[in-house]
Design a protein around this ligand. Structure first.
Ligand code: UT7
Length: 314
């Protein structure tokens, strides 16, 4: 089996910043409550842009950074819960915008866990030698399905996109292990309402699930990779709530400086939150070649997933 790693990464966040103070003007809420309960200070909202537009911006940057020519992309996977339309898929739109060959394309829906599901799916095709380069994008425009009258959910979400180009890497690098799962008995804890199309959530139940599952899954991939908790250089959790992220970190017995946190800037960007966070850490030289990372997420479904990987290509 071939080793699969990230050749290049790209991200996009919309320009419009919406702060907690902006929410104070339209909802019965406060900067203090939002900051204390979630860690969020501001988020970005896409205006005049759809999910495929954000996906495109992130994908162009990822392809540029990868050194792989666009015509050498063999498969496109887009993880999203907020496609431009029911169909065609965002992945097909992206293929067209990027001018790729008529390669296979697919959207994958695992809500906020989507990026992990997408990376693991893409990696299988490279591991088996079926394809050489897979573009995986996590993009969501949560503002499109947010009920801005519901203070318990409206303050949580933001829009954004992140993308990676996956390819074969030297043996010491790349994905070492993964863990994916879902539990449909939690399907009514987080969903988009059929009549209104807006997001509904039982925050307490999702919180309890996330605290348990993110820690558990991180431990599982560490062990599967033959590593110990002390070997992990950086935990990159789905950015849903700083309290949930810290619980996973504590389960991994890692200090705060070894966890990526961008939730204050972007809120919960669903399938985009993990690549946005990796990008932030790379930019600040906090992830380097050879570092062992855990990417871990959870989301509607309920779903969860994690990847243990060594950053770098050769
Ligand atoms: O990607 C997955 C997405 N989902 C999540 O990650 C969400 C997981 N859940 C959470 O993060 C937490 O449940 C929340 C941060 C959403 C809420 O925290 P909580 O401790 O579960 O609070 P709660 O919903 O039980 O609400 C506590 C109080 C309530 O007031 P009363 O009934 O105690 O008077 C709410 O009405 O806080 C109130 N409240 C707010 N107050 C000010 C709820 N939302 C707000 C708000 N501003 N935005």
């Amino acid at each position: 089996m071939k080793n699969v790693g990230v050749f290049g990464l790209g991200t996009y966040v919309p320009e419009k910043v919406f702060t907690n103070h902006d929410f104070e003007k339209i909802l019965d809420t406060s900067d203090e409550w939002i900051t204390e309960m979630t860690g969020i200070k501001e988020r970005r909202f896409a205006e005049g842009m759809e999910t495929s537009d954000m996906a495109y911006e992130a994908a162009v940057e990822a392809i540029d950074n990868s050194g792989v020519a666009a015509e050498d992309i063999d498969l496109v996977i887009v993880a999203t819960s907020t496609g431009d339309q029911q169909f065609p898929t965002v992945a097909t739109m992206l293929q067209q915008k990027l001018g790729l060959r008529p390669v296979p394309t697919m959207d994958q829906l695992a809500a906020c866990t989507g990026f992990i599901y997408g990376m693991v799916t893409g990696a299988q095709f490279i591991q088996t030698g079926t394809y050489k380069h897979v573009l995986v994008v996590g993009a969501d425009k949560l503002s499109k399905i947010t009920d801005f009258n519901d203070r318990s959910t409206a303050v949580l979400f933001g829009d954004g996109a992140g993308a990676v180009v996956l390819g074969e890497v030297e043996e010491e690098f790349g994905i070492k292990s993964f863990d994916l799962g879902s539990d449909g008995s939690g399907s009514d804890y987080l969903y988009d309402e059929r009549d209104t199309g807006t997001l509904r959530m039982n925050g307490r139940e999702v919180f309890k699930f996330a605290v348990r599952q993110m820690g558990e899954s991180s431990v599982i991939v560490t062990e599967k990779a033959g590593l110990t908790k002390a070997d992990i250089d950086m935990l990159v959790p789905h950015q849903a709530n700083i309290r949930i992220m810290n619980a996973a970190r504590e389960r991994m017995e890692m200090p705060p400086e070894r966890m990526s946190s961008t939730i204050d800037k972007y809120g919960n960007t669903s399938a985009a939150s993990i690549p946005l966070s990796i990008h932030h850490e790379l930019k600040n030289d906090r992830i380097k070649s050879g570092d062992n990372l855990i990417l871990v997420g959870f989301g509607g479904g309920l779903t969860w997933g994690s990847i243990c990987m060594t950053w770098g290509v050769k």
